[in-house]
Design a protein around this ligand. Sequence first.
Ligand SMILES: [Zn+2]
Length: 564
Amino acid sequence: MAFIQQTRLLLQALLLRLPPTNLTPLGSTPPGHPTSVDSKELTSNLTPLNATLTKKQGGGPTLATRLARASSGPPLLATRHSSLATSSVLILLALTLVGCSAPHTPTLAIIHATVIDATGAPPRQDSTVLIEGQKITAIGPSASISFSNSTPTLDATGKFLIPGLVDSHVHLTGASEPTGSRDFILPLLLANGITTARDMGGDLDSLKTLRHEIDSGKLQAPRIFFAGPYLDGDPPFFQPSLVVTNATQAADDVHSLTYRGADFIKVQSNLSRAAYFSIAEVCRREHITFVGHVPDHVTAGEASDAGQKSIEHLTCVLRACSSDEPSLIRKQFASAPKHSTNVQSANRELNWQRQLLDTYSDQQASALIQKFLGNRTWQVPTLILLRNDAFPTPETDPSHDPRQKYIPTHVLQNWRKGTEDRDKGATPDEFTLRANLMQASLRIVAKMRAAGVGILAGTDTTAPYVFPGSSLHEELALLVEAGLTPMQALQAATKLPAEFLGKSQTQGTIEPGKLADLLLLDANPLVDIHNTQKINSVILLGQLLDRPKLDAILDSVERFAKTH
Ligand SMILES: [Zn+2]
């Protein structure tokens, strides 16, 4: 039992931040996730949430409704199609004629920029980008693009224009609602050029309210996609979670979440095999996306075969690259010898981690990567989480980071406590082991990218010392450190997440017709990826946020952090 708990600790090391009650050696309080919610609050929230969902079983959505939600288009699209087709041709014709005779009426012209459109094409110097309303309408050499004199212009001479960034792993509601997301996390994301965020576990009602406010223009913030509560085993690792232990619960919870507006389903580490494969089956049958951790009792290969669309934090990936995965799994769940001390349990974990590294097999890794390719399984390695939270060392100690001024006091206290608990008694050997696990993680990411596996940039903010917004830029730098080119790293936060989210038609690259989510940089990110941090302006849906406006946002977050 102790070893299972310690193994989770280790899993934590593998990526793995454990839930408050499981994470630390007996008697101590571990780091929380989400960070601001204390365990008492979590426990008291859990039962009502489950009860609410259970009650919905009788009066839940009909199968037809669920299927309609699961499909990508509105149900009436097919029947409307033929009449729409005819009128579309006429409208297109009319628009073409108008386009020929009327000049562009852009709402913003960005002139003389070097455009790095993230398609993979080389940078285009001295370009003009025209924006009308929320969209990009034209891109071309500054000498040949004309527009009305009254158009507001942004002179981008010597600057570099890239698409707005996507953080594919955030937790917006993890720092107290309703103010935590509005006054702290979302403003920091926006001020750092993140224009879309994928929320990977949080309070569904709060997220729906946020989306409504964002989409209606009431709240200027990145567009969000979300899972709502996790589906996890008993006990769940994090909150909010729905506990799933059998096929009936799996179907009910997947349907209920989808019906209530979740964009996808997030699976967590403590699910049983039976529960996990039941969730996978209902998602496969009804074309619902499921993503998340590979549960401890499932292998990464099995998760890929089961259709899990993205694997977060490389969960169980290194274990699957071992020449002896079955032995590692057996040891992970073996009972501890009677009367073993905390020190002995910790040593067993460290030995397990050493075995994990020592049995790494390039052949196994290649086989796993081939599976990921065949099944189109994406990876969101969250390397910044691994470096700052799972495998930190004295060299990577972020505890004196000046960005702490943007972090509310209660969140920072949780971060500090988690770090202290984790590092208490850690030996130089253990720090070396952590550094080696980090290096192994970087190598496997590089190997996956080289083979063509889709890699997405995500951070897991607000996990300890994963600063909202700026940590995505650190993630890009870590992807380059792993071996990706700067262009590949940029695409992991632009073009690829748009593909992953099914939004390639409207975002992800700088092209006419796409949403005007843009980032203007003072230096070339293809020369040095750290240059993504030199932000001159952010354009969100055509709205220009210049440096003074971005600084004002940062100032407001700093003021908020001081008093919360
Ligand atoms: Zn997370």
